[in-house]
Ligand binder design. Sequence first.
Ligand code: ADP
Ligand code: MG
Length: 481
Amino acid sequence: MTAKLIHGYEVVIGFETHTQLATQSKIFSRAATAFGAEPNTQACAVDLALPGTLPVMNKKAVECAIKLGLALGSKIAPRSIFARKNYFYPDLPKGYQISQFEIPVVQGGEVSFFLGEEKKTVRLERAHLEEDAGKSLHEDFIGQSGIDLNRAGTPLLEIVTQPDMRSTEEAVAYARELHKIVTWIGICDGNMQEGSFRCDANVSVRKPGGPLGTRREIKNLNSFKNMQQAIDYEIRWQIEEIEDGRTIQQATVLFNPDTGETRSMRTKEDAADYRYFPDPDLPPLVVAQSWVDEVRAGMPELPRQRAARFVADYGLPEYDATTLTQSQDMASYFEAVAKACGQAKLASNWIMGEISRRLNTEEIGIADAKVGSAQLATLIGRISDGTISNNAARQVFETLWDGEASDVDAVIEAKGLKQMNDSGALEAIIDEVIAANPGNVEQYRAGKDKAFNALVGQVMKASKGKANPGQVNDLLKAKLA
Ligand code: ADP
Ligand code: MG
């Protein structure tokens, strides 16, 4: 496919995502990582960088990195190195951040997802372990700033892509897919508001076929909506700058959700400015193959594996399978319905249609769906055995969802929604309709399809909507032949 151009420019985007790892304690100390504690109550001597303290690697954090690598088809480095990234900031008492530089623990891999019906793949460069810094709290009302070191030493896995994305939509879809994976495998709680999943988008534009343009990095996009607005704004801004004859300076920019604009925060440092060097306090991180195998054995079936199984076992189109594996809850719900009613495609249609519509309007997850998998399976069963029409089923569904009743058959009975399956009664109605509409009959015989539809409509009306439209068609055609 040729790339989508905006005013003759091609967009290039690469992502760096800081995922906060769901460990109990910090990456190099025993202090707790829980969010929202009183300032400086969860920072121990190591996090405060008191002289003489030494970092000790948290095994759980490494396990999270291994899980991610396995999920994304990456190489897990048998031996990786921690490095010091040196810079000054009040919330960084050591004067350096422990990170990985030359040899990260996770190397390569890819993330695939659907954009509409089109499959996209974004290659990963790396994912490395590092510690988070503290936070500066600006108390404007007293004109002072404070330092909270609770977050210092929180384990992060920074996941870096190649500059493979070519539109805002693709970038947001990538971020959603990555978010799905890290929460699915349980290494991150995914809470974007609390900063557990922080995306930085590197954006540049170029003339197609030309060299890569200079990028600007948009920091800390804390919702998918902000992400989309920020990148769209940034693309327009860069194109205008270039069209006006200016050049783009490499910079770090912040998105302001109130104005919808990005603004330069600082010109970007180069790696050389950080004077990276191996941390002498930490030995190389060695990950034995046996450890990787052990972690692999405990991994859940991954979204794409489960999707592939949905295609193979249930005959679902790939698009449906991908949509239904948005979360483990959604996938399990589908499987429960499909197994109970034996109608996988109908189950998929209902979940992607009616169920998703209600979940979206009520902003709830499928775990809180008000029609359970057993109820939906029964409902689908009543459609496929011809008891009710699709339209009637939708009425039953609404009744169940709104909590007015819980038994499918009781609702069908109470609302009189049963289809007329008695062909004798139906034939009687058809005979009446034919007798009462000689004009339409004549037109139909003269080759007018519309007249036939009008007759079907009459029969449906006479049956109060309970006739099976397929059956009406067949019987009517036979009688008029
Ligand atoms: P740094 O050394 O500053 O970390 P990298 O080369 O590692 O920079 O790239 C950081 C991120 O920026 C990666 O996600 C990469 O894909 C992306 N990136 C690099 N060059 C460009 C570019 N010209 N346009 C858009 N994104 C880019
Ligand atoms: Mg880099």
